[in-house]
Design a protein around this ligand. Structure first.
Ligand code: EPU
Length: 418
């Protein structure tokens, strides 16, 4: 078993370059099969989630060439086969192959998706969207069988602005006959990145980034070249880390506008941030004011930064209130932080109160999911002594080169086989 060992209490300085966005890449890789030509996607992070998706491309018979940060995919020879459960259940985003295969072949069979356990994670909105486009959805044991004689445009209203449903419906609708309108669509930057990719292939999608997306179906999609946007969640995680232990720490290669909800909270707490065109420079302040926080869909405060941000709240003077509105079970990091001495009151599944400032003490803790794991890394960096983090496969799913990046700015961090 691999564990991460971190010795806390060091000041970090220098520069961290942010990788391409995981949550864009995991949609772009499945979307690549919609093309009848060769697509090049650059700035794809080397993380286990993108590896698992390229394994699926390999399994389907696509020619995949990975050269450092780029992936070249030629899908001319793919076959529409049932992806083995042991590959598709490795990650949630395997469900983007549903939309893509349905869009291309009008038929898809797929096992129920896996992913971090942060709530029930139903996909009813995805399936409702496919049905509106003319597909029938059947369940056979633990897999879906989705068929359509023909896919046609439709008006689809999402009950919740789901990121996954918005992307999956775009993938299924892009080659359908006629016009599809997605209302109450998700507005996250990753949606815009996926729509741009499809448009680069020749799709006709407008409105991505707003709550109404219009998709005019086309017959074929061509090859293209596309770049993944910087990962706003990786950037946000390291920005929070800089507020905790940074000295002139530069978070580089970012889009600052994607992180405004975070930076405005940090400023409210008393953290000074130099905001450049594509970077932040941050130094830890002497003390932090407590703040209240609520996670929301973009451009609100991202749920994916809620867990790392909790660590910062343990250092604020007074009691902060945090409300998680997106997921119903995203407080698995709380017992782990409590092991390190954090004073947190779990009010219910959506609300916590954090009282500080508290000196955290090193301990052996678990990364219960990806962002909980990131929270453990931040807690370990400020704790006295050496922390051991178990179940680190969750962390490696989403943070490219975390050991190298943090070591380069002065952290004492390593992965050890035990
Ligand atoms: N929901 C439904 N029905 C659906 C789809 C979603 O009820 O058909 C509910 C979910 O249960 C949840 C809420 O809607 O309560 C939000 O779900 P959404 O579909 O927006 O999330 P997702 O697409 O499954 C993506 C990211 C998550 C991120 C959320 C919210 C990927 C692969 N995952 O998930 O990222 O938290 O959007 O921004 O893009 C992470 O990176 O750590 C992560 C979990």
């Amino acid at each position: 078993m691999e564990v991460m060992e971190i010795s806390g209490g060091r000041t970090l300085t220098g520069s961290i370059r942010i990788s391409g966005a995981k949550n864009s890449s995991v949609a772009l890789i499945p979307a690549a099969i919609l093309s009848d030509g060769e697509v090049t996607i650059c700035n794809v992070p080397e993380i286990t989630d993108t590896d698992a998706l390229t394994d699926i491309l390999d399994f389907l018979g696509a020619k995949v060439h990975r050269a450092s940060e780029s992936i070249v995919v030629d899908s001319k020879s793919i076959e529409n086969k049932l992806i083995p459960e042991d590959i598709s259940s490795k990650l949630r985003a395997s469900y983007y192959f549903m939309g893509a295969l349905l869009g291309k072949y009008h038929h898809v069979e797929m096992y129920f998706p896996g992913g971090c356990s942060i709530g029930q994670r139903p996909i009813n909105l995805h399936l409702k969207g496919f049905e509106a486009l003319g597909a029938t959805v059947n369940e056979d044991g633990n897999r879906y069988i989705i068929d359509a004689e023909r896919l046609h445009g439709a008006n689809i209203y999402l009950d919740f602005a789901s990121v996954g449903a918005t992307i999956n419906i775009m993938l299924a609708a892009v080659r359908a006959d006629g016009i599809t309108m997605i209302e109450n669509a998700a507005k996250e930057p990753e949606i815009v990145n996926v729509a741009t990719f499809l448009n680069n292939m020749g799709a006709r999608i407008s409105g991505a980034g707003t709550s109404v997306i219009r998709i005019e179906g086309v017959d074929t999609l061509n090859g293209c070249f596309h770049e993944v946007i910087p990962d706003r969640i990786e950037a946000g995680t390291y920005t929070i880390m800089a507020a905790l232990v940074g000295k002139q720490l530069k978070i580089d290669n970012i889009i600052p506008e994607h992180l405004e909800a975070l930076t405005s909270k940090l400023v409210e707490m008393g953290v000074k941030i130099e905001i450049g065109s594509d970077y932040f420079i941050i130094t830890k302040p002497d003390s932090y004011k407590c703040v209240n926080l609520k996670t929301q869909v973009f451009p609100g405060f991202p749920t994916d930064l809620q867990q790392p941000f909790t660590v910062l709240l343990t250092q604020c003077k007074g009691t902060s209130h945090l409300e998680e509105t997106i997921w119903e079970n995203r407080f698995m990091h709380i017992p782990e932080l409590e092991k390190m001495g954090a004073k947190i009151n779990l009010i219910d599944n959506h609300n916590i109160e954090v009282t500080g400032p508290t000196k955290l003490i090193a301990s052996t803790v678990k990364a219960t999911d990806l962002r909980a794991g990131a929270a453990m890394v931040l807690a370990a960096l400020i704790a006295e002594g050496q922390t051991t983090i178990c179940d680190i496969s969750h962390i490696l799913r989403g943070y490219e080169g975390i050991i190298e990046k943090l070591s380069a700015v002065g952290a004492k961090i390593k992965i050890k086989e035990i």
